[in-house]
Design a protein around this ligand. Structure first.
Ligand code: FUB
Length: 328
């Protein structure tokens, strides 16, 4: 399986897809990606180039199998509270319902996180009237634990506006900490049983080094930028994320879903394009990394393609680093 010809290749080529969140529902692998579009929006640190308007759901019958595009499952025009930029989504299953969580700018240009529901994993999804009260920033990743507690991890710097929420309110001029200060961490919020609202106040997660010291904002090789993902392996919580400016997917572990998480290492070396975004899923008895790059579009940053490959752990639970271009 290590040399499966479908590894590290675009899973679909008829549309551009990014930010894959992979899950096994009913024994089948479903992928919930962003849908990148052709347009002339300027490219900048605000992320204007990521001007997405809808979501498609993809599925694979098996590893190496054909990828099915289930078509458009939710469009911006149907989301009353959202104005633009349907960025990285995630999905979860609970209460016999499938939930699609997604960030978008509201009518004031502030990123919020919304939810839409369906009775089927492939949608279509019906959005709630309003965004999740108390939600902000981007890149929701929802983890449902063995006891059915559900946690949403979210937040992203720069265009994702995380810097602007440090006081608890949206401050348009909010800036990140000084390089010598602790970096901003991702946010976690437990979801209520209805999966449509937060149980309590969202909390910031601390990511520390091997000595227990918080990673600093200037430590761009390791500090959190965006795209969190939470999975559990051998009873340990693994929080993985993008380092943004240094273009890596790295991870940290904890015995508690609220952290603190201790930094461990790199999962994915930089891919072509500025952004890097991933998910990790167990399918049958193996683990897989879903990610994106810009190779199919020839490096056009806002036209990305979802790919996947196998992910392996060492005996001590460390994730082996993947170089997607050196290990086909
Ligand atoms: O796709 C738009 C944004 O780019 C995502 O929300 C980020 O994680 C980055 O991949």
């Amino acid at each position: 399986m290590a040399n499966n010809p479908k590894f590290n290749e675009p899973i679909v080529t008829h549309i551009f897809t990014a930010d894959p969140s992979a899950h096994v529902f009913d024994g089948k692998l479903y992928i919930y990606p962003s849908h990148d579009l052709e347009h002339d929006e300027p490219s900048n640190d605000n992320g204007d180039q990521y001007k997405m308007e809808d979501y498609h759901v993809l599925s694979l019958d098996d590893i190496g199998g054909e990828c099915v595009d289930h078509g458009e499952v939710l469009h911006l025009r149907d989301i009353p509270w959202a104005s633009k930029q349907l960025w990285a989504p995630d999905a979860a299953h609970k209460n016999d319902t499938y939930y699609l969580f997604f960030p978008a700018r509201d009518h004031e240009g502030i990123f919020r996180i919304g939810v839409a529901t369906s009775k089927k994993p492939e949608g279509p999804f019906k959005p709630e009237e309003n965004y999740i009260p108390g939600s902000f920033s981007i890149d929701p990743a929802v983890f449902v634990d063995e006891d059915e507690s559900a946690y949403m991890y979210f937040g992203g710097l720069w265009g994702g506006q995380l810097e602007k929420w440090q006081t608890g309110d949206f401050r348009p001029d909010g800036e990140g900490p000084d390089p010598s200060e602790p970096a901003l961490g991702p946010i976690v919020a437990e979801l209520n049983d209805d999966m449509l609202s937060f149980k309590g106040e969202p909390k910031e997660i601390s990511i520390v080094d091997e000595n227990g010291n918080p990673l600093l904002a200037g430590d761009e090789d390791r500090r959190y930028f965006e795209g969190p993902w939470l999975h559990k392996y051998n009873d340990l919580y693994y929080l993985s994320y993008s380092t943004g400016t240094t273009h890596k997917i790295v991870y940290a572990t904890s015995e508690n879903p609220y952290g603190p998480f201790e930094y461990k290492g790199t999962i994915l070396t930089p891919v072509s394009g500025w952004t890097t975004h991933h998910s990790i899923v167990q399918y049958k008895d193996k683990w897989y990394l879903f990610y994106h790059d810009c190779s199919l579009s020839g490096g056009v940053d806002h036209k990305r393609s979802v790919k996947y490959t196998e992910l392996n752990y060492d005996q001590d639970g460390r994730i082996q680093t993947i170089n997607p271009y050196g290990d086909k």
